[in-house]
Design a protein. Structure first.
Length: 450
């Protein structure tokens, strides 16, 4: 109705008056979202959409358990983390318990310590910032190696290791001197290409990283830390080549550096088969950064590391975050972990994710524009290409597909340097029925018959 359209028009005008131009919004004609329930969003015209975008609300929108926990705790106590209270210890222990056993014990060769210490902050950017500072403090070195095409946050330090040209067209030209950018191990369109089981691909990328580390040492820029996502989220859920992560970590450790796994997007059960993204590679990091789904939308972030690395921060002064790790966020965090367990959401991500990926792969058989289907669980990427041989990105087509999917009631957006990957990262409550609806909608759009 016209009145409702006017309302969202007003909202857009208000937004344009008070927002900066760098604060992007989705869609040419954005809808005004009013409420959400599980993996659905509803706009002010009462139109419902399947939400394939919100990986922050892992439990789904409007989760009653989280709402009740927050409501209860804010009436009882909310203060900062310099007091003793049960919630902080309880939540930290619960977080540590999500790690695989091997990560909670030191490596047999003594090259890696047990991940047994938690530091809580309020966002992913803060978590990455803190992890970088910890790596530098613990090694008494400065150089951080990050991968090309990565997003790690907006604070000064997390932005310094954000190398994605999509987020910053000057990303590779203006890195600070303490950041070294290494090649992105993408076996589909990178320097080294090959099939899934081809172990030489990961080995070659890791060897290139090793060469970088040698060169840095010669230049007197010994590595403090190496940061990467355990699955390349910004590229659209591209799985690392087999063997790469373990090989890369071994080379970084041999060079005296620490390994940081950014699990802000891909951790917390989303991969289905494992709770953490790094588990799928068998490699174990020295620091893990977490955020987005920890609070199901409540702002939370954290770093999991060893006591020795965490204690190194004392050489630089104190660590304190006013709201990080307060009783309210800890209660919310516990409610999220309870719901993950009680509602079987990791398993749902595995089962429904598999069905969704199969559906997308079946579309590839009929629509030549569908290239590789990336990812695992409910972190998938459907790469659209004009030519499967050259991998020429179908960027304009991907944007048009998203607009048309919206008309059919599916919210999905693009990602990657080339904005040609449909990024699929819905709440983990996604049902088989909704997954089929999404695949069917994409089929209709690609068939031109919507
Ligand atoms: N790391 C990764 C991998 C991310 O995707 C993001 C956010 N997109 C961040 C860090 C930063 O998190 P936040 O937006 O909570 O600051």
């Amino acid at each position: 109705p016209a009145a409702q359209r006017d309302e969202s028009g007003d909202e857009q005008a208000r937004r344009e008056r008070i927002f900066a131009s760098a604060q992007e919004r989705y869609y040419e004609q954005p809808m005004q979202i009013e409420r959400g329930w599980r993996h659905h969003l509803v706009d002010t015209t009462a139109r419902a959409y399947v939400d394939m975008v919100n990986n922050v609300t892992g439990l789904g929108h409007g989760h009653p358990g989280v709402a009740d926990a927050a409501n209860r705790q804010i009436r009882i106590l909310n203060t900062n983390s310099r007091f003793l209270y049960r919630e902080l210890a309880e939540y930290s222990e619960r977080l540590l318990a999500t790690l695989p056993d091997a990560a909670r014990t030191p490596s047999p060769d003594g090259g890696r310590e047990a991940l047994d210490t938690v530091l809580l902050v309020n966002s992913g950017s803060e978590a990455v910032d803190l992890a970088l500072r910890l790596a530098q403090a613990a090694t008494a070195r400065r150089t951080i190696v990050a991968l090309r095409e990565a997003y790690h946050g907006w604070t000064m330090a997390s932005d310094a290791v954000t190398t994605s040209a999509y987020d910053n067209p000057w990303a590779l030209e203006n890195r600070p001197d303490w950041v070294h950018v290494a090649d992105v191990p993408n076996r589909f369109r990178g320097t080294h290409r090959g099939e899934a089981g081809d172990l030489s691909v990961g080995r070659r990328y890791a060897a290139d990283l090793g060469d970088d580390l040698d060169r840095l040492a010669v230049e007197g820029r010994d590595v403090a830390g190496f940061i990467c996502e355990s699955v390349l989220g910004n590229a659209g859920g591209v799985l690392l080549p087999e063997g790469y992560l373990a090989d890369a970590y071994a080379r970084v450790r041999a060079a005296g550096g620490l390994c940081i796994a950014d699990e802000v997007q891909v951790g917390f059960g989303r991969m289905g088969a494992s709770f953490w993204g790094f588990e799928r590679s068998g490699a174990i990091p020295d620091l893990v950064t977490i955020a987005k789904p920890m609070g199901n939308g409540f702002p939370m972030g954290g770093v999991i590391t060893s006591k020795r690395i965490a204690d190194a921060l004392a050489t630089q002064g104190q660590f304190f975050s006013s709201a990080g790790g307060n009783p309210l966020s800890c209660r919310v965090g516990i409610a999220v972990l309870d719901a993950m367990r009680d509602e079987g959401l990791q398993e749902n991500a595995r089962v429904v994710g598999e069905r969704l990926a199969e559906g997308f792969r079946a579309l590839a058989e009929r629509h030549p524009i569908v290239g590789p289907v990336h990812g695992e669980g409910l972190y998938l990427g459907v790469e659209l290409v004009r030519d499967r041989g050259t991998m020429e990105p179908a960027t304009a087509e991907a944007a048009a597909v998203c607009e048309r999917l919206r008309e059919l009631g599916v919210i999905v957006l693009t990602t990657s340097e080339r904005s040609n990957v449909l990024k699929v990262k819905p709440p983990l409550t996604l049902t088989a029925e909704s997954a089929d609806f999404v695949v069917d909608a994409l089929d209709r759009v690609l068939s031109g018959g919507w």
